[in-house]
Every structure is written in structure tokens, then in C-alpha cells.
Design a protein around this ligand. Structure first.
Ligand code: 13P
Length: 251
């Protein structure tokens, strides 16, 4: 049985005053039956981790560099993320792949660095609308998964997030059948590469326009172990019903 995970990606949103959302969230879910993770911008990581240290909420970063230290102006290392008390890092988000030309090779070495620092790597995959229209979705996902996931992956240190690019921030959501197709496919690839024990235990998240209004349905889909939520994670009152939906999911 995989423990479910509700993860929020704040992206480039939030200043110090947003940290009160973490207290609200922790107070709404003091004994959560699922893991709750918030990934604020790097500027808030340390303060956020300190603030939730005794609560049900964990903190993650949105990226890290592949090197442990050195001349990389503006970057943060996986060790730095661990050092401030965060426990996870999102890697290979489509916005980083696009804005910073990150490819799956780079995502793999970043994930290796994250693992070495003791972080859980949340590795993101997803096809564009053109790739889906051309019926290339599964090929794209297979390629991204194979290259982005390092051999160091285990059920404890790796989570895979399927986020169709065309569903991010658009209000468009794939059908439940489309989500199931991709998640079942990822599961099959993971079990054939890592064996059934690890392959069946790695958690798979769906991301892309998850809202309180559609979460119940999405969480009925096979091999959906939670969600990676953008916009609806910024306010505790929006994210909370998604967490509650995940707690109620029976699959
Ligand atoms: P939205 O939930 O805002 O569509 O964002 C999804 C996402 O990109 C999470 O990483």
C-alpha cells in the first residue's frame, strides 16, 4: 500500500506573509492520513521548514543544482536544501525544462544529487498538446522517464509526477481514462526496470489543474497516489479539500 502524497508547488509565488498559509494548513490537518508537502520558492524554504517542523506538513524545494557547491551564481545545491530542513525537491518541471532548457539528462544528474543529499526527488514528466495530438504521449513519457530517473531511485527517495503541459494552469484536464493510461504505463515501466518491489512502491502523482472540484474523480484513477498542485496549493482553504479528497480515496 503506497502512502498518498498531496504536494503543492507554489512556483514563483509567495513572500513572507504567505507563510501563514502553512499554519492554516497544518491546523486544518493535524493528523493527516496522507503526506502533505509544500514547495515554496527558495527564498522561503528555511523559514517554512522551521515553521512546520512539528506539524504534519513537510517542505520541499522546486529545483536544485547537480553539483554540491561551487561557482554557480544563483543556484542552490541539494545539500543546501537539506540543510534548511526541507526533505524533497521537484525536478524537471516542464516550466524549468522550457524556461531553463533543462533536459532529461540534466534532470537525472540533479536527481542523483538530491538522493545523495537525502532528499526525495519528485521527477516531473509530461507531453505537450502537439505531442498528444500526434499520438506520441506514451513515447514521450517513456523517454523522459527512462532518462530522467537515476539508478539510485527507490520508493523512499523518488516520486514521479505526470503533468501534461497543456493541463498546467489552463483548467484543462485529461480524461480519467487518459490519466489511467499514462499512470499504468509509468507503473509498468518502473516495475520492469526496478523490479516489482521498488517499481510498485514508487508513488505516482498527477498534476495539471487539480482543483477541489475535480480531485475526488482524479483520485479514483488507478496508480494515482496523489497530486502535484500549483494554483490551488497557494491558499490553504483551496488545498485543504484536495487533501481531504485524497484521504478519502479508496484505491
Ligand atoms: P496548476 O495546478 O496550477 O495547473 O499547476 C500544476 C503544476 O504545474 C504543479 O507542478
Amino acid at each position: 500500500m503506497r502512502r498518498k502524497l498531496a504536494a503543492g508547488n507554489w512556483k514563483m509565488n509567495g513572500t513572507g506573509s504567505s507563510l501563514s498559509e502553512l499554519d492554516t494548513l497544518a491546523n486544518l490537518h493535524p493528523n493527516a492520513a496522507v503526506d502533505i508537502l509544500i514547495c515554496p520558492p527558495a527564498t522561503l524554504l528555511g523559514q517554512a521548514a522551521m515553521q512546520v517542523s512539528t506539524s504534519s506538513v513537510s517542505i520541499g524545494a522546486q529545483d536544485c543544482h547537480a553539483d554540491t557547491s561551487g561557482a554557480h551564481t544563483g543556484d542552490i545545491s541539494a545539500e543546501m536544501v537539506t540543510d534548511v530542513g526541507a526533505t524533497a525537491v521537484i525536478l524537471g518541471h516542464s516550466e524549468r525544462r522550457e524556461d531553463h532548457n533543462e533536459d532529461s539528462e540534466l534532470v537525472r544528474i540533479k536527481a542523483r544529487a538530491a538522493h545523495a543529499a537525502g532528499l526525495t526527488a519528485i521527477i516531473c514528466l509530461g507531453e505537450s498538446e502537439a505531442q498528444r495530438d500526434a499520438a506520441n504521449t506514451l513515447d514521450i513519457i517513456a523517454g523522459q522517464l527512462a532518462i530522467s530517473t537515476p539508478d539510485t531511485a527507490t520508493a523512499d527517495n523518488t516520486v514521479i509526477a505526470y503533468e501534461p503541459i497543456w493541463a498546467i494552469g489552463t483548467g484543462k484536464v485529461p480524461t480519467l481514462v487518459q490519466i489511467a493510461e499514462v499512470h499504468d504505463f509509468i507503473r509498468e515501466k518502473l516495475t520492469s526496470r526496478f523490479g516489482p518491489e521498488i517499481g510498485n512502491a514508487i508513488r505516482l502523482l498527477y498534476g495539471g489543474s487539480v482543483k477541489p472540484t475535480n480531485a475526488d474523480d482524479i483520485f479514483t484513477v488507478s496508480n494515482v497516489d496523489g497530486a502535484l498542485v500549483g494554483g490551488a496549493s497557494l491558499k490553504a482553504t483551496d488545498f485543504s479539500p484536495i487533501i481531504t479528497a485524497l484521504e478519502g480515496a479508496t484505491i
